[in-house]
Design a protein around this ligand. Structure first.
Ligand code: UTP
Length: 414
């Protein structure tokens, strides 16, 4: 390896890489990768994992004003208002100012499917349906309803990009206009072990993983998707998770409500099933909208109710957001905080043997899309019925599994 590369490895305590017995070709490819990695940032992230506990304590003691956030319950809206807002949103869609982004860059480790989550097939009352196909069914239905083929942007990651494109090509985009579909790759960060060292993958490259769904903002900018949105005069962009097969992502009512409330960010929510449910909830922290994760919500607050007996922190986030194009402009270079997760990951040992550990062994760093909400003073929240819009495919079995999601899907479409 070149002196420059060796000195980088030494400076950031990554000399173990030099001990691997690699072919010339492997060395060259590794060298190229080393020069592209921001080791300074990685070192800071590693240091944060060690300080996490102290920081948490410090944060606890900090004066944090947590308050309830206002929401609109779709079920309680008057028919007149619902119609008025729907008309506003319908106009936006019909004029071609609306697009949909599906975040499909995740690894889907809990589901354990070989391949991108969108290529997972479910047995539904409408027959065998791939998750991608379920999304396209809705886009096709919207086209019939509004007379416009809504642009669809799919965020992928290095791990699943090629397979995603190949799958949709092979299936001829399930009958949707190919030119309306665009793919863009999100960024990645190396995984590091408990000593802050990068690990190697089977092919002797440094193992990296997608940098979380907060990587959306940077990816939109770097892949010229922002330019594309501007070029096509798209004003409102609905962003949702790949794995919610009931996601109602063409929603004129939400657009109308957000416009009426003069906000640029909106999200749907579902009422928490019970105070203990493991779902992040919307709130305001120091006056700004945020999601508070269930582990960070003290029990007493989780159980707090208003005068009508409703949970004060009862609006669960299920990953369905609406953004004005201006938000992407502003947040394209925003620095969102990284969250470290301790995960299991296979690695190449020094003897060239691939090891699959039984226990978590590496830190993965991710940013979350909702951490961007606090850059604004307010956002629109529309509460919807869970059975209408939320059927996640997260786990292999049990809760939020293909079985529970299909049950909800069948119930809705029966
Ligand atoms: P999850 O938090 O459920 O993660 O992502 P995941 O990777 O899909 O699944 P597990 O945790 O490994 O089992 C929520 C949404 O965010 C997307 C996912 O594809 C999903 O739609 N996501 C997540 C990204 O697009 N990129 C990421 O880096 C992480």
């Amino acid at each position: 390896m070149k002196e420059e590369t060796i000195s980088i490895l030494k400076k950031y305590h990554q000399e173990h890489i030099l001990e691997y017995n690699l072919t010339e070709k492997q060395q060259q490819q590794l060298e190229k990768q080393i020069l592209s990695i921001n080791f300074e940032q990685l070192q800071k992230l590693y240091e944060n994992t060690k300080q996490a506990k102290n920081i948490d304590k410090k944060r606890e003691s900090e004066e944090k004003k947590i308050e309830h956030i206002a929401y609109t319950d779709k079920a309680k809206m008057s028919k007149e208002l619902e119609q008025e807002l729907t008309n506003i949103g319908t106009e936006v869609i019909k004029q071609g100012h609306y697009a949909v982004i599906t975040m499909a860059g995740g690894q889907g480790t809990r589901l354990g499917h070989q391949g991108p989550k969108g290529t997972y097939a479910l047995d539904t009352i409408k027959g065998k349906k791939y998750i991608f196909e379920i999304i396209i069914d809705k886009l096709k239905k919207a086209k019939e309803e509004y007379g416009v083929a809504i642009p669809w942007y799919v965020m992928t990651s290095k791990d699943n990009h090629e397979e995603t494109v190949w799958f949709l090509e092979k299936n001829k985009y399930f009958g949707y206009e190919k030119e309306k579909v665009k793919f863009f790759k999100q960024g990645e960060l190396p995984l590091i072990d408990t000593q802050g060292r990068v690990i190697l993958d089977e092919n002797a490259t440094i193992k990296e993983a997608a940098n979380g769904n907060g990587g959306l903002f940077e990816a939109i900018y770097k892949n010229q998707i922002l330019e594309d949105l501007k070029k096509h005069q798209i004003e409102w962009i609905f962003v949702s998770n790949i794995d919610n097969i009931l996601s109602n992502f063409v929603d004129p009512l939400l657009v109308g409500l957000t416009i009426k409330e003069k906000n640029v960010i909106a999200s749907k929510s579902v009422a928490k099933a019970n105070p203990q449910e493991k779902i992040g909830v919307f709130c305001k922290i120091n006056g700004k909208p945020e999601i508070i994760e269930y582990i960070d919500l003290p029990q007493e607050m989780a159980e707090k109710v208003d005068e009508k007996g409703e949970l004060l922190y009862g609006d669960g986030n299920f990953g369905t957001y609406l953004f004005n194009q201006k938000v992407f402009e502003k947040l394209s270079t925003a620095k969102l905080p990284y969250h470290a997760a301790f995960k299991k990951s296979g690695y190449l040992d020094i003897n060239g043997k691939f090891i699959e550990p039984d226990e978590p062994n590496v830190y993965k760093f991710e940013t979350f899309i909702f951490d961007a909400f606090s850059q604004y003073n307010d956002m629109t929240i529309m509460r919807v019925k869970r059975e209408d819009e939320f059927a996640p495919v997260k786990n292999r079995t049990g809760n939020d599994s293909p079985e529970t999601a299909v049950k909800l899907y069948n119930e809705k479409y029966k």
